[in-house]
Design a binder for this molecule. Structure first.
Ligand SMILES: C[S@@+](CC[C@H](N)C(=O)[O-])C[C@H]1O[C@@H](n2cnc3c(N)ncnc32)[C@H](O)[C@@H]1O
Length: 235
C-alpha cells in the first residue's frame, strides 16, 4: 500500500469517526451511551436549559401541558404526580401555575444540577414539589403510589425505554394517568431502538395494562401519549 493511499484511508477513517461522534453526541445527545454520558451532558447546560435550549414560555407551557394535565386531574382530590426524568421541573411549574391543580409533584431526575435549577424555579410554591435524585429505572417508589406519572422528552435518553415505561406503570395507581412523549421527525429515525412507531407504542402501552390510549401531535419533535392504568390487576 502506498503512503498516499494510507493517508487517504486515515483521513476517511477520521471523517467517519467524526460523523459517528457528531451523530451520537450532538444528534442523539448520548442516548446510546447511557446515563453516565447523557446526564452530565444535561447537567452542563442546566442553567440555560429552560431559556436558551428549550425556550419554554409560560403561555405555551400552559396550553400544551399545564392546562390539559390539570383538566385531566381535576376529578382527583389533591393528586400526587410523579415526573420521571423531570429535568428542570417544567411539568411541576406548568401544573402549579394552573389554579385548578391542588396536588403535589415528585420530580425525579439523575441530574443534580437539573434538579437544583428546578428547585430554584419552583421556589414560589413551597412544599408542593419534592426533588428526588433518582434513575428512571428502577424507580425508588412503591407500586400504585401516584395518580399521574409523566415522562416528557426523556424516554429516548433512557437505557431501556420499555423497562422505564413498565416502571412508570408499576408506580401508577389503578385508574391513574400516564402521560409520555415519543420522539418523531427525522432525528427519531437516528435514535435506533429508542423511539416507537405509533402502532408499536399503542401495542406496548396496551401490553403494559394501559387503557384509553390516545396519541396526539404535540410539538415538532414529539407526539404525546395519554393512557390510564387498568383497574383490573394483572397479578
Ligand atoms: C431532554 S431532558 C427532559 C427534561 C424534562 N422532562 C423536560 O421535558 O424538559 C432529559 C432528562 O433526562 C434525564 N435523564 C437521562 N437519563 C436518565 C436516567 N437514566 N434516569 C433519570 N433521568 C435521566 C436527564 O438528566 C435530563 O434531565
Amino acid at each position: 500500500m502506498t503512503p498516499i493511499l494510507l493517508i487517504w484511508l486515515g483521513l476517511v477513517g477520521l471523517g467517519l469517526l467524526g460523523v459517528l461522534l457528531y451523530w451520537e453526541l450532538v444528534i442523539a445527545e448520548g442516548a446510546h451511551l447511557g446515563p453516565r454520558v447523557v446526564v452530565p451532558l444535561y447537567d452542563r447546560i442546566a442553567h440555560r436549559y429552560d431559556a436558551d435550549v428549550k425556550k419554554f414560555d409560560p403561555q405555551t407551557e400552559s396550553e400544551i401541558l399545564g392546562l390539559p394535565l390539570a383538566t385531566e386531574l381535576v376529578a382527583v382530590n389533591a393528586p400526587r404526580v410523579l415526573d420521571v426524568a423531570c429535568g428542570t421541573g417544567r411539568t411541576a411549574r406548568a401544573l402549579l401555575r394552573e389554579v385548578a391543580f391542588d396536588g403535589t409533584i415528585v420530580s425525579a431526575d439523575l441530574g443534580r444540577r437539573m434538579l437544583m435549577v428546578g428547585r430554584a424555579t419552583c421556589a414560589p410554591w413551597p412544599g408542593r414539589v419534592a426533588w428526588v435524585q433518582a434513575a428512571a429505572c428502577p424507580l425508588p417508589f412503591p407500586a400504585d403510589a401516584f395518580d399521574c406519572v409523566t415522562c416528557l422528552e426523556a424516554l429516548e435518553f433512557l437505557p431501556d425505554p420499555r423497562a422505564a415505561l413498565a416502571e412508570c406503570v408499576r408506580v401508577l395507581k389503578p385508574g391513574g394517568l400516564l402521560v409520555i412523549t415519543n420522539r418523531i421527525g427525522w432525528q427519531a429515525h437516528l435514535l435506533f431502538g429508542k423511539t416507537f412507531s405509533a402502532a408499536a407504542l399503542r401495542r406496548l402501552l396496551a401490553d403494559l395494562g394501559l387503557e384509553h390510549i390516545r396519541l396526539e401531535a404535540w410539538t415538532t419533535d414529539y407526539d404525546l401519549a395519554w393512557a390510564r392504568k387498568s383497574w383490573i390487576s394483572r397479578d
